[in-house]
Design a protein around this ligand. Sequence first.
Ligand code: MRU
Length: 309
Amino acid sequence: MALVCDGALRILDQTLLPHEEKWIEIRSPDDMIREIQRLGVRGAPLIGVAAALALAQYAESGADQTQLKNAAQKISAARPTAVNLMAAVNRLAPLADNPKRFIAEAEAIFEEDVALCEAMAKRASDFIQDGDRILTHCNTGALATVGVGTALGAIRKAHESGKKIHVFVDETRPLLQGSRLTAWELGKLGIGYSLVCDNMAGALMARGEVRKVFVGADRIARNGDVANKIGTYPLAVLAKYHSIPFYVVAPKSTLDPDCGSGADIPIEIRDGDEVRFGKSPRNCEVWNPAFDVTPRSLISAIILDDRIL
Ligand code: MRU
């Protein structure tokens, strides 16, 4: 769990993991916007819940209807790609004239995420067999949701049901959600894993080491195209070439009926310094999209909490 609301609203600073576990207290919607933008709190479902709770806290502190509506608008624009953020805020905004219902709805969004995770993880774990060797990308576990997670939740359920599995964890450049967060979660769960650089996936597949690929999603368009962490699309291309099933696990709150196809999904472009560290020339030009789009033709199944597409 990377977010608690027990009198105070606090988030586990994911930028410091795995070496430091520091909780940050959130006192206003602006605090939460800052944390969402610097990835102190991250993962599509979690940022939706986090935004809802920050707005509920603001309502509780006496913010009036106009203040709540303005804050809702501002927080929903904190990051553009994960539709869970906008979906959560859109559920709350119409209730801004009724603080009690506003707060209750935010609590419902929290509770629902736990239930959605259970349902999708259970359903998706049926796609995992004893002995599977699974490649995953980014972090899709308890750190990215308030439940067990999406793709990593499925891996966790399979492990808990006694299936012996091994996970290959893409480090996930440039911010290393795989090597910092997924590796940390798998270690805590006692699930065997090997960390690989993103550019090793092809060689691993060519050697026959990968039986399945499991990833999450930040937004799913009406035609089934999926936006997820940058590096997901090349994995799907590689999986198709090697005839390896490629599964996306997500809650229904990640579906966006307003996006006809992946081309309509806004992709967040982040600061070049995230890529420029290390040995690159100091001010070199950088292109740093946080997400890419995988066309549905490369996806074997999208496993939702309530159905399989
Ligand atoms: O930039 P991040 O770390 O928020 O990106 C997260 C991902 O891309 C996850 O794969 C996605 O949110 C789905 S999993 C819960």
